[in-house]
Design a protein around this ligand. Structure first.
Ligand code: ATP
Ligand code: MG
Length: 414
């Protein structure tokens, strides 16, 4: 029976339509049970008649449907198991069996306790009726929730500023690593032919078989072109990379000829949106067709800026471009925040510009400030984001803080 269940699960995972059909069937069944419970009159036969001989079957079902309990029990294993000494099939088998037995016992306890309480309740018809209606409402609610719950879709953010060298790439790769570190699934898209974000994520741009260029020209899908660096996996903050190299500079010209040219990236990313919590796009230092593709695909724009006099001047161009994209191409996109980077509090001018930004843009300025930190500047030459290269550095810690702030913002946006 277990093999059959695993087979069906694999089938459902492969065919999303089948998965949705089963989801809808389950939702309809739960809602139907709920409605029958709500409409039941005193003296009717029980809607769900469960006999003691079904207890084991029910506990088995709970075991199967209870991934949270399994994870809970797994959390205790490091107390008893040392991965260096305990290896191989025997340990694996013992662990799997222990988890299965514990989850089953948990299910059985829940079933027995519920039935024991139900028997006691039945003695008082008034309580039994109220409970039946509450259960009916809950089942109806579960049904509706199951029907509307889909796979969560990634939030897509563009890191843009047409000024060169303001810290776009540093922000993109470190935010990606920071988000990965706090348990988010991340895809980093390099839209800059310089390929700095690719190299800074542990991926050699010269070795790439497929890049974002192939995706924009529709000769490859994101799923085919994305890669992941083993070094980031080792560092415990890994994310997928849709890389770029000099070839991408040609896309600018080649895209002029094609239709929907500014929506190419948006269309391609839609196919993998269910695989991630965040997609971060590193833009080139220009307001080109590549940047336009990034802006069209994004739900929001993160603008890294140094607190210097000229920083504010360039900002108005970017704000205008984003307004135009918002009006004509992508109603979703807006600046979600200005990020103060390479900040040095000892410099009075920086402090002044920072205050000015706060009073001008208020909530649009992120709370986190990224300090000027030499470890962040050194990390790219080792092919790693600072967060992975030196997690203890002040700059790295600031980026992990920023990642948490982003996760909070997303929660509030929902
Ligand atoms: N917080 C920081 N502290 C110290 N150095 C930094 C910091 N942020 C960025 N840098 C350094 O500043 C330089 C420019 O940063 P980065 O490449 O991220 O900018 P960019 O906006 O992506 O540039 P481009 O416009 O060329 O794409 C790099 O040498 C980087 O290492
Ligand atoms: Mg860059």
């Amino acid at each position: 029976m277990w093999a059959a269940v695993a087979g069906v699960a694999a089938l459902l995972a492969t065919y999303p339509t089948a998965f949705h059909a089963v989801q809808w069937l389950g939702a309809a069944y739960l809602a139907w049970l709920g409605v029958r419970m709500l409409l039941a009159k005193p003296g009717d036969a029980p809607v769900l008649h469960i006999e003691p001989r079904h207890y084991f079957k029910q506990a088995g079902l709970i075991t199967l449907l209870n991934p949270k309990a399994i994870v809970f029990y797994m959390a205790f294993f490091p107390l008893f198991v040392d991965p260096a000494r305990h290896q191989g099939m025997v340990t694996f088998g013992l662990m799997a069996a222990t988890i299965a037995v514990l989850t089953f016992l948990y299910g059985l306890t829940v079933v027995l306790l519920t039935h024991f309480l139900a028997e006691r309740m039945r003695a008082n018809p008034m309580i039994a009726r109220v409970l039946e209606k509450v259960a009916g409402l809950c089942l109806l609610g579960f049904g509706v929730k199951l029907a509307v719950s889909g796979k969560p879709m990634a939030k897509i953010f563009c890191v843009a500023n047409q000024k060169g060298g303001v810290g776009k790439t540093t922000t993109t790769v470190n935010l990606a690593a920071g988000l990965a570190k706090v348990g988010q699934r991340v895809l980093m898209v390099d839209l800059d032919p310089q390929g700095n974000a690719t190299m800074g994520s542990g991926v050699d741009k010269r070795q790439l078989k497929m890049t974002v260029y192939d995706v924009l020209l529709e000769s490859a899908s994101v799923a085919e072109a994305r890669v992941r660096s083993d070094r980031l996996v080792e560092a415990g903050c890994s994310y997928d990379v849709l890389g770029a190299n000099r070839e991408l500079a040609g896309a600018e010209v080649e895209l002029v000829e094609v239709e929907r040219r500014e929506k190419r990236l948006k269309t391609a990313l839609a196919e993998v949106a269910g695989d991630y919590d965040f997609v971060l796009i590193d833009c080139p230092p220009s307001l080109s067709m590549l940047t336009l593709n990034g802006l069209c695909a994004a739900h929001g724009v993160i603008v890294p800026m140094q607190c210097e006099y000229f920083a504010l001047e360039g900002l108005s161009d970017l704000v205008n471009t984003i307004k135009q994209v918002h009006a004509n191409l992508n109603k979703d996109t807006e600046i979600i925040g200005l990020l103060r980077v390479m900040f040095d509090p000892r410099i009075t001018l920086q402090q002044q510009v920072s205050d000015q930004l706060k009073s001008h843009f208020g909530d649009k300025v992120f709370n986190t400030v990224i300090p000027r930190n030499v470890r962040l500047a050194e990390a790219p030459s080792y092919g790693l984001p600072g967060v992975a290269f030196d997690p203890a550095a002040r700059g790295s810690q600031a980026f992990v803080e920023f990642a948490k702030e982003m996760v909070d913002r997303i929660e509030k946006m929902k």
